[in-house]
Design a protein around this ligand. Structure first.
Ligand code: HPA
Length: 271
């Protein structure tokens, strides 16, 4: 992997005139709009970056964007990769390793998720304070490279406390409903049955989604502080479960996105 990373970094540095981002951002389903707030300097298609997996989803555009947001130099992934697309966990998290080698000091992640907590309604936001990994494999499985991080990384506080509390303050200042909760990562791509939503709630989840946790594990492995936020796009309440389509999920993400963008950009301004 190190060899592949060096090639990738070499390519990116050449194409971006040695741009050195301080902050990494991964934008989730229907949540690419933060990009319009970025003063974009360079934009690279995943397809052209050596070793980068190509997003197979038409609604994920697959670009690595370099520029400035709130005066900070950032690199943003517009379009992320999911396990259900068929990639290995190593492929999904390769961009996080890349961003670390480019110099990021913090990682910001967004996603669309289903609510499991009856108090958390469709269209609300949820800052992730902890997670449960129900995906079948850790991205750290296999030989460990001690130069990247420890064999058994600590996960007692995978999401940065200070960033969580700042984000909740920013949300309150702007009258944005923003909860704090536990995210459960599943494989997908199918949504959950009633019985599964019930189970996920019982085991301690507030929201469920198909992403984020692999990237967060790898960021923690490399000691990068993480902030992650979910847009709750549907309600997985077993007693009143309604069929939900991708279009509805994308529509809700689009509607809620300006609130999330506000929190992320204000939060980045405080750094
Ligand atoms: N379940 C899993 N993933 C999701 C959901 C859901 O209800 N909504 C958005 N992503």
């Amino acid at each position: 992997m190190l060899q592949a990373l060096h090639e990738t970094i070499e390519y990116i540095k050449r194409k971006t005139n040695n741009f050195e981002p301080e902050i990494g951002i991964i934008l989730g389903t229907g949540l690419g709009g933060l990009v319009s707030e970025i003063e974009v300097e360079y934009s690279l298609m995943y397809a052209n970056i050596p070793s980068f997996p190509i997003s197979t989803l038409e609604f994920h555009s697959g670009k690595l964007i370099f520029g400035t947001l709130q005066g900070k130099k950032i690199v943003a992934m517009q379009g992320r990769l999911h396990y259900y697309e068929g990639y290995s966990m190593q492929q999904i998290t390769f961009p996080v390793r890349t961003m670390k080698f480019l110099g990021i000091k913090q990682l910001f992640v967004s996603n669309a998720a289903g609510s499991l907590n009856p108090e958390f309604k469709k269209g609300d936001l949820m800052v992730i304070c902890d997670h449960i990994n129900l995906q079948p494999e850790s991205p750290l499985r296999g030989r460990n490279d001690e130069d990247m991080g420890p064999r058994f990384p600590d996960m007692s506080q995978p999401y940065n406390r200070q960033l969580i509390s700042r984000a909740l303050n920013i949300a309150a200042e702007h009258n944005i409903t923003c909860h704090k909760g536990v995210y459960i990562a599943v494989t997908g791509p199918n949504l959950e049955t009633r019985a599964e939503y019930r189970y996920l709630r019982i085991i301690g989840g507030d929201a469920v989604g198909m992403s984020t946790v692999p990237e967060v594990i790898v960021a923690n492995h490399m000691s990068i502080p993480v902030f992650a936020i979910s847009v709750l796009t549907d309600e997985g309440f077993p007693e009143e479960l309604q069929p939900v389509s991708l279009d509805e999920i994308l529509e809700t993400a689009r509607e809620a996105e300006p609130k999330m963008t506000k929190i992320l950009s204000q939060l980045i301004a405080t750094l």
